[in-house]
Every structure is written in structure tokens, then in C-alpha cells.
Design a binder for this molecule. Structure first.
Ligand SMILES: Cc1cc2nc3c(=O)[nH]c(=O)nc-3n(C[C@H](O)[C@H](O)[C@H](O)COP(=O)(O)OP(=O)(O)OC[C@H]3O[C@@H](n4cnc5c(N)ncnc54)[C@H](O)[C@@H]3O)c2cc1C
Length: 592
């Protein structure tokens, strides 16, 4: 039994090149000349990097976490070298523009590589996630000179980056940030305050580190409208700036990814973008960060699934006492676990890559209306993927422990680490509850359900495309009878989602925001089931001939029959309303 990571190369290639309309990307001027062979080669090299460089450090980082020694963060053994290699080999700038030293490849390819990197070593992959987010933010708001100076250093590894938002009293409620920046006569700022939970707040392997900090200026408006964005370098004019790591947290998982309290004391800072529009500036990297966390969920789900499958084929238990024991994969309950893991991983992997593709189209499509539509669809899909994938990753990792039995509970076998590492995905980058509220109030209600309608139109188009057709002589049905189960489930799920969406629009007109918030998580999960079902339908339709066709079609049937039946339950939960929650909590509190 091997503890090592194996990248899901065949499935990623199938998705990128056969399911996801790769030709639409190739048609964009930005990706002219990008052919399937290049994509295959990048994925192959990415798999090798993940399996050979990152995976061997995964348990090392868990057992020997980063340490704070005399105010200096010292990383787990091997991490500094891997980071240098990661940057030098071009993985950092995979989807960043060539003019800044990146590779200029689509986000779709980056997301596929991201799954392999995160699956091999989630804690390590937190480092590039912050750096890439910072690069996107500087591209959008840093101005030509600053972006031209900083982004190449971020890409080639000379500089690290943090995103510093959270404070003790300001978690989900970002508007309560108190860190203050005071303007100086030369137009720079002195920034003072305490940030908590900051990932990779320092390191011992890059020359520079830039903190992108949300703070308010004296007298600024209360709430989020008073927030501006600042850049605070660790080294300013050759000397240490007024920023230090005050504490390193001891965490449940992700132990090699240091999470810190950062103290700023009259630190030299520079404002990025417009005063009072710091949160809006941060939105430039929201899509990138949400996509990265969504990828994390699939990555851990995929890695845990692979380990569980290998174990279930080798572990011998059960069967008639006078016969040799059977591999546990032959037991119906173990098959149930493996299939429920597999269909969730593969469905959400495909949906996440679809979201990445839509981001590419949104960014690069020459027709502005098509670009806006694609971006709208990506923004609809991203909160769904972020929340569904991180919950799925946890569920699948947990099931992997179950497949391993008692051996799963033993640290040395390496599956319990998946549970601990992936757990935080539902919390950071906007908790999953906040993602659900964002989906309902901003993505559904604020645009009058336009994005939702476009999503449903695409889903129904796939259902229609897979309908059985009558033969030319009109005597029999031809086509896709074995897609019937998934087609019917997706069509029914789409109807349910539409029905609840219209109900929420009505509620919105009546000012029933709390009722929508009470149903938001169920609504998001319903949308996730429909989205992944849509992808299963497309995968099953495109799977060509041979064993892959059978594998995808049986997966689609299982997804329809075992998972998608939850759409009715979720639709009911979404309609419960706030009174149900409020009254029961109040009466419970009063009763004891
Ligand atoms: C390992 C790790 C790494 C992190 N890295 C970074 C980083 O690099 N930079 C950074 O700035 N931050 C970082 N964070 C912070 C992270 O983004 C916050 O923890 C997260 O935003 C939630 O804030 P909170 O912890 O204060 O929870 P709270 O906001 O207190 O939330 C607690 C619970 O209440 C719910 N809740 C709160 N408000 C509402 C509401 N209005 N409606 C409905 N439900 C609500 C939440 O969904 C949650 O379930 C990190 C956190 C961790 C654990």
C-alpha cells in the first residue's frame, strides 16, 4: 500500500480536451496557437512536479510544522527549496501575463494544475495562492509602474505576498476593521493595527514580502465604505518596515502553512487604488481566490478517493470462513462509499473547470457581450463551487478514513491528514454560509435572476442535446437511452432550482431577506447538485467508446440515483423560512 499521491491526469485531460469546449478557448486571440499537445505536456509535467516534488513534503510538513524562532518564521524542511523550484519552473505564473514573466496560459490549465498541486500538498499550495491573488490585484489596481516592478518579483519567487484583512473583531464582518493608515506629507501612509489569521505572514526564503492590507484612514466613513487598500513591504528602503509576526497559531491541520498574528506599528504603506474603495479593489482577486479554494476541495477529495480505492482493492476482510478473505471493495457497503466519493469528486471537478473556462472567456473574449455573459456565469458558479467543493472534500476525506477502518485513524497511513487539512476550506475565503448568502442576495436577487436563467438555459440545452431521437425512418428511438436517468434527474433539479429562485424573487419583493438567508445554504447546495449533474450529463455524452464510456455512464447513473435525489429535500429546506429557525432557537434557549 502506497502513501503517495497520484494525479488524476486522465480525467483532467478528458475534461479539458473533450468535455469543456476547448476549441472556444483556442478561438480567442489571447490563446492563439495553444494546441492540445501543449496542454497535455503541461499537465504531464505538472503531475510530475506534484507527485515527485510536492507530495513527498506533505507528511513532513504535517509532522514538522513551520516555527516562529526569535520572531522569524522558519518553514518545514524542504519547503524553501520546493518554493524556489516552483517559481523557477514557471508554475507560479502559469496563467499570469507573459509581459510580467508569466506563461500566459488559460486559468483552465492553471486550475487543472492547481488540483494536482493542492492534492499533493495543500499546505504548500497555500503559498502560491496568496501570491497569485496579490498579482491579480496589482494588475487591476497597482498602476503600471508598481505592477511592472512587483509582479515579476512575485512570479519569479523574489517576493512573497499576504492578503491581510481579518482582525479579532472583523471576520466575516469586514466593515469593522480598525487598522488605521495616516497620510504623511509625502503622500505615503503610516499604518498601525493588528491582523489575525494571516497565511504565510513571513518566510525565510524570499528577499521581499508585500502585505496587501485593508485599513481605514482617520475620519473615513464607517463600515466597508471607509476601507482603503494599502501595500506594506516587509523591507522598505533596505531596512525592516514596522511589521512583525507576533504569534504563530497552532492549528487542526494545514500545519506547514503558517497562520499568524501580524502587528503593524507605524509601518510605511502606500495606498493602492481609490480611497474608500479598498474592498472593491479586493474584488479583483475574489474570483481567483474562490476558484483556488474550490480547487482545494476537489484536490483533497480526489487524493482521498484515490487512496481509498487503492486500499479497498488490497485490504482483505470478510467472505465465507472456509474461503480466503475477499478484498473489501467487493462488499456492497464499501462500494457505496467509493461510488458516492467518486461521483461527487468527478462532478464537482468538472464544474470547477467549467467555472475556470468561463473566467477565461470573461477575461479574453473579444466580443464584450459574450465576455460579460461568461463572467456573469463564472461569478454565479464560483460561490457554488467554493462551498460545495470544500464540503465535499471534507465528506470524501472522512469517507476515506472510513474505508481504511481503524487504519484510517492512525496518523502514519496519511488519510486522517486530509480531514484535518481540508476542514478550513469551508471557513476561509468567506465562510460557506457567507458564500450562500452572496449567491442568493447578490448573484440571484441583485440581477433579477439573469445569471441563474442563463445557467438554467445551458443546463436545459444539455438535457435537450441528450434526448433520444427518432430514427430517420420514424420506426424506433435511437440515441442515448442509457442517459435517461441523469437526463431526468438534471431536468427535475433544474425545475426545482427555477421554482425556488422565483420564490426568492417574490420574497425579495416583500422584503423577506431573513427568509432567504435561512434558505441560502440549501439553495446553494441545490444549485451545486444541478451544476454537477449538468457536468455528469456532458461527461457521459462525450465519453466516446470503450471502458471510459462505460465508466462515465455508470457514474452518471449513480449520481442521478444516489445523489441527485436530494434535490427535493434541499428544495423543501430552502423554503423553510426564518421563523422556523428563529422560533425554535428562541424556545430552545428559553426552555433550559
Ligand atoms: C487557516 C486560516 C487561514 C486564514 N488566512 C487568512 C489570510 O491569509 N488573510 C486573512 O485576512 N484572513 C485569513 N483567514 C481568516 C478567515 O478568512 C476568517 O476566519 C473567516 O473570514 C471567518 O471569520 P471569523 O473566523 O472571524 O468567523 P466569524 O465571522 O466570527 O463567523 C463565525 C460563524 O458565524 C457565521 N456568520 C458570521 N456572520 C454572519 C452573517 N452575517 N450571516 C450569516 N452567518 C454569519 C459564519 O458563517 C461562521 O459560521 C484565515 C483563517 C484560517 C483559519
Amino acid at each position: 500500500m502506497s502513501n503517495s499521491y497520484r494525479a488524476p491526469l486522465a480525467d483532467l485531460e478528458f475534461l479539458l480536451l473533450q468535455v469543456l469546449d476547448f476549441a472556444r478557448l483556442q478561438a480567442l486571440p489571447a490563446f492563439e496557437g495553444l494546441d492540445a499537445q501543449v496542454v497535455r505536456e503541461v499537465l504531464k509535467q505538472g503531475a510530475r512536479f506534484a507527485e515527485q516534488v510536492l507530495a513527498p513534503l506533505n507528511a513532513v510538513g504535517d509532522e514538522q510544522p513551520a516555527q516562529l524562532l526569535d520572531g522569524r518564521l522558519v518553514y518545514s524542511p524542504g519547503f524553501a527549496q520546493a518554493y524556489r523550484q516552483y517559481s523557477a519552473d514557471g508554475w507560479m505564473g502559469l496563467d499570469l501575463p507573459v509581459e510580467f514573466g508569466g506563461q500566459g496560459l488559460p486559468r483552465l490549465v492553471q486550475a487543472a494544475f492547481g488540483e494536482m498541486g493542492n492534492g499533493a500538498n495543500l499546505a504548500f499550495s497555500m503559498l502560491p495562492a496568496a501570491v497569485r491573488g496579490a498579482a491579480r490585484l496589482l494588475m487591476a489596481h497597482g498602476g503600471e509602474e508598481l505592477a511592472g516592478k512587483l509582479i515579476p518579483a512575485l512570479i519569479d519567487g523574489r517576493s512573497g505576498a499576504t492578503i491581510a484583512i481579518t482582525e479579532p473583531q472583523a471576520g466575516s464582518d469586514v466593515g469593522r476593521i480598525q487598522t488605521t493608515a495616516v497620510e504623511q506629507p509625502d503622500g505615503s501612509f503610516k499604518l498601525t493595527g493588528t491582523k489575525i489569521f494571516i497565511s504565510h505572514a513571513d518566510n525565510d526564503f524570499s528577499e521581499q514580502l508585500v502585505h496587501l492590507v485593508l485599513a481605514r484612514t482617520p475620519g473615513a466613513a464607517p463600515g466597508t465604505r471607509g476601507l482603503s487598500l494599502f501595500l506594506v513591504p516587509k523591507i522598505h528602503e533596505g531596512a525592516r518596515n514596522g511589521v512583525r509576526v507576533a504569534r504563530l497559531e497552532h492549528k487542526m491541520g494545514l500545519k506547514a502553512s503558517p497562520t499568524c498574528v501580524l502587528e503593524f506599528t507605524a509601518a510605511h504603506a502606500r495606498r493602492i487604488g481609490e480611497p474608500g474603495r479598498g474592498l472593491q479593489a479586493m474584488f479583483a482577486m475574489v474570483n481567483t481566490m474562490r476558484l483556488d479554494v474550490a480547487v482545494q476541495g476537489v484536490a483533497i477529495g480526489g487524493a482521498a478517493l484515490n487512496r481509498a480505492l487503492g486500499y479497498a482493492q488490497e485490504r482483505l476482510q470478510g467472505g465465507a470462513p472456509d474461503r480466503p478473505p475477499r478484498p473489501i471493495i467487493e462488499h456492497p457497503d464499501v462500494r457505496r462509499m467509493l461510488m458516492s466519493m467518486r461521483v461527487q469528486v468527478e462532478g464537482l471537478r468538472a464544474l470547477t473547470l467549467e467555472a475556470a473556462l468561463q473566467l477565461d472567456l470573461g477575461e479574453h473574449h473579444p466580443d464584450s457581450a459574450a465576455a460579460a455573459r461568461a463572467l456573469g456565469l463564472a461569478q454565479w458558479l464560483l460561490p457554488i463551487c467554493k462551498a460545495c467543493n470544500t464540503e465535499m472534500g471534507l465528506e470524501v476525506a472522512n469517507l476515506a478514513v472510513q474505508v481504511f477502518g481503524g487504519h484510517g485513524y492512525i496518523h502514519d497511513n496519511g488519510v486522517e491528514q486530509y480531514v484535518r487539512d481540508v476542514r478550513v476550506g469551508s471557513i476561509y475565503e468567506g465562510t460557506n454560509g457567507i458564500q450562500a448568502i452572496d449567491l442568493v442576495l447578490r448573484k440571484l436577487i441583485a440581477d433579477g435572476a439573469q445569471r441563474c436563467r442563463e445557467f438554467l438555459a445551458l443546463v436545459r440545452e444539455a438535457v435537450r442535446a441528450a434526448e433520444p431521437r427518432t430514427s430517420p425512418d420514424a420506426t424506433r428511438e435511437v440515441g442515448e437511452p442509457d442517459l435517461q436517468a441523469i437526463r431526468a434527474a438534471v431536468a427535475h433539479g433544474a425545475d426545482q432550482l427555477e421554482r425556488i429562485s422565483m420564490l426568492f424573487l417574490d420574497w425579495s419583493a416583500q422584503g423577506r431577506t431573513a427568509d432567504m438567508e435561512a434558505g441560502a445554504t440549501a439553495y446553494l447546495r441545490l444549485a451545486g447538485l444541478v451544476g454537477a449533474g449538468w457536468m455528469w450529463l456532458r461527461m457521459a455524452s462525450r465519453a466516446g467508446e470503450g471502458p471510459l464510456r462505460k465508466a462515465k455512464r455508470s457514474g452518471a447513473v449513480f449520481y442521478a440515483r444516489y445523489v441527485m435525489i436530494e434535490t427535493d429535500t434541499l428544495a423543501q429546506r430552502a423554503q423553510l423560512g426564518d421563523a422556523c429557525m428563529r422560533q425554535s432557537v428562541e424556545q430552545w434557549q428559553a426552555g433550559y
